[in-house]
Design a protein around this ligand. Structure first.
Ligand code: AMP
Length: 216
């Protein structure tokens, strides 16, 4: 099973992915997570990417496409994978299409996660991550049991640099300009499935995603 989770920052793609990888026994490929790991490790790609990420801008297509091309060749992707945060531009979607043809892979579907703008802003400003294990929380919608402490490992929670209000606005503008055109791109290829995620629990939304993926 190969599918794409498309949706604005704050739509919950990472949260739903954590459940979907268990359901389908496939890895999540999150270009944001890969880039954050490169920034942390101080690799040349990480150093270059950080400039863009801190501003809420997109990292250049050729960098991201190279990352994904390498990642999908890994052994754990043999039975499929879930793309979270990629593609984000038409050029990336075209490159992905070419990779699918070259590697004889079939795209099952593209889930378009729809969330109201005011809900997005609230989710993004409330988002916190564990420094140690990367688990995600939200002080507004999914708070940890103890303030600032990870439920999973007891690590310290922090706010991503790009989740500060001024950067969030830019990320939402960038989504509208550069990523939202992919909705029509995949609609015209008849693989787009809308899932409304403004309301409902994580499990309810995951169930909707599963039903959409498995519908004809
Ligand atoms: P995310 O965690 O998906 O919100 O990504 C965080 C940041 O990483 C984005 O704001 C971009 O700067 C960068 N990024 C992640 N995925 C991509 C992508 N597919 N294309 C370009 N930049 C990306």
């Amino acid at each position: 099973m190969i599918f794409i989770l498309l949706g604005p920052p704050g739509a919950g793609k990472g949260t739903y992915s954590q459940k979907l990888i268990d359901i389908y026994k496939i890895p999540q490929i999150s270009t944001g997570d890969i880039l954050r790991a490169s920034v942390k490790a101080g690799t040349p790609i990480g150093i270059k990417a950080k400039e863009y990420m801190d501003k809420g801008a997109l990292v250049p297509d050729e960098v991201i496409i190279g990352i994904v091309e390498e990642r999908i060749k890994e052994n754990d992707c043999k039975n499929g994978f879930l793309l979270d945060g990629f593609p984000r531009t038409v050029a990336q979607a075209d490159a992905l299409g070419e990779l699918f043809v070259k590697n004889k892979l079939n795209l099952k579907g593209v889930i378009n996660i729809i969330v109201d703008k005011d809900v997005l802003f609230k989710r993004l400003t409330g988002r916190r991550m564990c420094k140690a294990c990367g688990a995600g929380f939200n002080v507004n919608t999914m708070p940890p049991k103890k303030d600032g402490v990870c439920d999973a490992c007891g690590g310290e929670l922090f706010q991503r640099n790009d989740d500060k209000p001024e950067t969030i606005e830019n990320r939402l503008v960038v989504y509208d300009k550069q990523t939202a055109p992919l909705i029509d791109y995949y609609k015209s290829r008849k693989v787009l499935k809308d899932v409304n995620a403004s309301n409902g629990s994580v499990d309810e939304i995951v169930a909707k995603i599963k039903a959409a993926l498995e519908s004809k």
